[in-house]
Design a protein around this ligand. Structure first.
Ligand SMILES: [Zn+2]
Length: 307
């Protein structure tokens, strides 16, 4: 277990934490990395530097991988520091959208992630996707299988990029958690004793739980999700994609949701509600045509990946 975790953590540059107990994914933080992480979220979105956000994000990302038993695609490529296979393709589409996202500006946006964007494909058949702070986006094999073309994939990724841009995960940290961290950090400005470290570790774990809970279990508020849809649609339009593809993907998801549960069904508003909201706003954005070349390269990349 330990060797597997190390192998998984290093290529993703998420190695701020290491696992110490075989069979357990409990995080063990060193004083140095702990302080950096705490600095990262102690003021939530306010005054949070891009560096802080990066440290928080990779800790959250590590946790997401751990919860998925480190099952993700194209591991060899990540281990060699190279994007390969379908992961390479998804990262190329993600990079185009992330660039477009910089041109879509709203008050309170987080700055561009300092370590760039990482798009990881989780080996999970549930239709799901989520994003940690700092530009770590996760999409499941199931969500990719549900997409019919590149424009639909772009819709899912753009929604996740919007969550990062708007700082939604950071915003889900409970206020009470932040004040307790303040107290610990202020009382330990010179050297942290064992007790202070314990307090910080507890607060850090708590903030992590808040974010993971919102992302993976409870979901964000409906308004937060509708905002990610609206900003996501704006981003995909700016990148030259067809916004109808967003609606088409959600329509298909709706059909699937009537028979299944978990994934997006558990953490997002009903797909039909999202479609209704998107239909009201889509005339605000350019509706670019679906380009045959894009659809062909999506089909080729997915066939090669044998998803
Ligand atoms: Zn969402």
């Amino acid at each position: 277990m330990r060797a597997t975790m190390k192998q998984a953590l290093v290529p993703l540059a998420l190695g701020v934490v290491t696992a110490t107990t075989a069979g357990s994914c409990k995080l063990n933080l060193t004083p140095d990395t702990l302080i950096k992480g705490v600095q990262g979220y102690m003021e939530a979105k306010k005054d949070l530097t891009p560096e802080n956000e990066y440290f928080v994000g990779r800790s959250v990302g590590t946790n997401i991988l751990a919860r998925n038993n480190y099952a993700y695609l194209d591991k060899d490529g990540w281990a060699e520091g190279q994007l390969k296979g379908f992961t390479l393709y998804v990262n190329a589409v993600g990079a185009v959208l992330a660039n477009a996202a910089l041109e879509v500006q709203h008050s309170g946006d987080r700055p561009s992630p300092i370590a760039g964007w990482h798009f990881v494909i989780l080996d999970d058949s549930l239709v799901n996707a989520f994003a940690a702070p700092g530009g770590y986006v996760f999409i499941t094999r199931g969500a990719l299988q549900l997409a019919n073309n590149e424009d639909e994939l772009a819709a899912v990724l753009a929604h996740e990029i919007a969550h990062v841009r708007r700082g939604h995960a950071l915003g889900s940290i409970k206020k009470s958690r932040i004040s307790s961290v303040y107290k610990e950090a202020l009382s330990s400005s010179v050297e942290l004793d064992q007790q202070a470290l314990g307090g910080l570790a507890q607060a850090f774990d708590g903030a992590m739980d808040d974010m993971l809970d919102s992302m993976l279990v409870k979901g964000y508020s409906r308004d937060t999700e509708f905002e990610a849809d609206a900003v996501g649609m704006e981003i995909m339009a700016r990148a030259g994609y067809n916004t109808d593809a967003f609606v088409a993907y959600l329509d298909r998801l709706q059909k699937q949701q009537s028979t299944g549960s978990g994934g997006f069904s558990a953490t997002h508003p009903k797909a039909s509600d999202r479609v209704a909201t998107l239909k009201k706003i889509r005339s605000k954005f350019a509706n670019n045509p679906v380009v045959a070349k894009r659809t062909a390269r999506f089909a080729a990349a997915r066939a090669a990946a044998e998803l």
